[in-house]
Ligand binder design. Structure first.
Ligand code: MLT
Length: 270
């Protein structure tokens, strides 16, 4: 795996910043977009999987995550993250990419497909949903903002771990996830939560998506249950859904071989 830094120019609302991208493999580009409040390390097993023989896998640290600095945005909108992904694609000289997003990364992938459909060769949407937050979910985001400001990142990790991983997850996996969450800056967590709370509803976009699309669910995911992924597959003309057993919200970390097998077969036929 090699790591490079990509410059994202300033626009009217955002200062210039840099993004760390972690690349492995060969062939056409595939962008890997991580979930909240994680970073590229959630893709480490995927980066060393057989998928690297089919695609050049590009795992982005979204702004403020992993090795990408936080440029001080009050909110991380899914549209800003999508524009950042396009800046990465431009810097790598790629016209189009296969896009793989998990959870928040899936919301970003949908924003990308909405704004830049000609840049998306195919979509893998894992452990995510098309719908926006309802009132209860929005209130939950506000409560999480108070929690991280008052009690710190450890409290967020504690609250999330039991939902991210299936019940019998091994201790090493749980420690990897906890370390990632606890290394994400508080200002990033707050900006993410505001962006998640206020994100657009993409349900009406689904019938207009013309690229091949695969939805991947975790059998025991309490955050985005299989019904949410099936709804995506039902909405997209070419959509298909697979449910991975013995996994919750982080299928690529919990069941990396099954994840790679489903994505590899999807890429091979699309
Ligand atoms: C994620 O994993 O990115 C989050 O759980 C997304 C969300 O809370 O909606």
């Amino acid at each position: 795996m090699s790591t490079t830094t990509i410059l994202v120019p300033a626009d009217g609302q955002h200062a210039a910043t840099t993004l760390a991208v972690h690349t492995a493999g060969r062939g056409p580009l595939a962008l890997l977009l991580h979930g909240y409040p994680l970073d590229h390390r959630m893709w480490l097993d995927v980066l060393r999987s057989p998928l690297a023989e089919q695609r050049t896998l590009v795992a982005i640290d979204l702004r403020g995550h992993g090795s990408s600095p936080a440029p001080g945005d009050a909110a991380h909108t899914m549209e800003r993250f999508a524009a950042d992904a396009i800046a990465v694609l431009d810097a790598l000289g790629g016209g189009r990419a296969d896009v793989v997003g998990l959870s928040m990364g899936g919301y970003v992938a949908l924003a990308l497909a909405a704004q830049f459909p000609q840049r998306v060769r195919s979509l893998v949407l894992a452990n995510t949903r098309a719908a926006a937050d309802g009132d209860a979910a929005k209130a939950g985001r506000d409560a999480a903002i108070r929690t991280v400001l008052e009690q710190g990142r450890g409290a967020i990790a504690q609250a999330m771990l039991g939902k991210l991983l299936a019940k019998d997850a091994d201790a090493v996996l749980a420690a990897r996830v906890r370390t990632m969450i606890e290394s994400t800056p508080v200002e990033t967590i707050v900006a993410d939560l505001r962006g998640l709370r206020d994100r657009r509803d993409h349900t009406a976009l689904l019938p207009r998506l013309s690229m091949p699309t695969l939805a991947i669910a975790g059998e025991h995911d309490p955050i985005t249950p299989p019904a949410d992924l099936q709804a995506i597959a039902n909405g997209v003309p070419s959509g298909r859904c697979v449910v991975v057993p013995a996994a919750a919200h982080l299928v690529p970390m919990e069941q990396p071989a099954a994840f790679a097998q489903h994505v590899g077969a999807f890429w091979a036929r699309s």
